[in-house]
Ligand binder design. Sequence first.
Ligand SMILES: [Zn+2]
Ligand SMILES: [Zn+2]
Length: 102
Amino acid sequence: MEIKYCWRCKMEVPMLNNEEYAIASKLYSKGLKVLKKNRQEHFKEVLDYYNDLTGFGETQPNAIMHHALEYIGPDCECCGKPYRTPKAILCVACGNKRITAK
Ligand SMILES: [Zn+2]
Ligand SMILES: [Zn+2]
């Protein structure tokens, strides 16, 4: 888990690494199958997992599903915010052109 700026949430959030994300998405799909009246209850397991791990207090299971380190790029050399995608060549925050290792 690493704290990174999320372009969709427009704030810094805990992003999960591959291992953590695999567990979270498993719990999430489990939540989709459970029939409960309350939406919050559906995803209690994934929310608990994420919040225990991060101490964050997330309430939106959907948000967790895009908080994976593999979905974003490395930090910009110029402003430190992550590139929006792993393949992005331009930083949308500061306009820096990414130095890509060839
Ligand atoms: Zn987000
Ligand atoms: Zn930048």
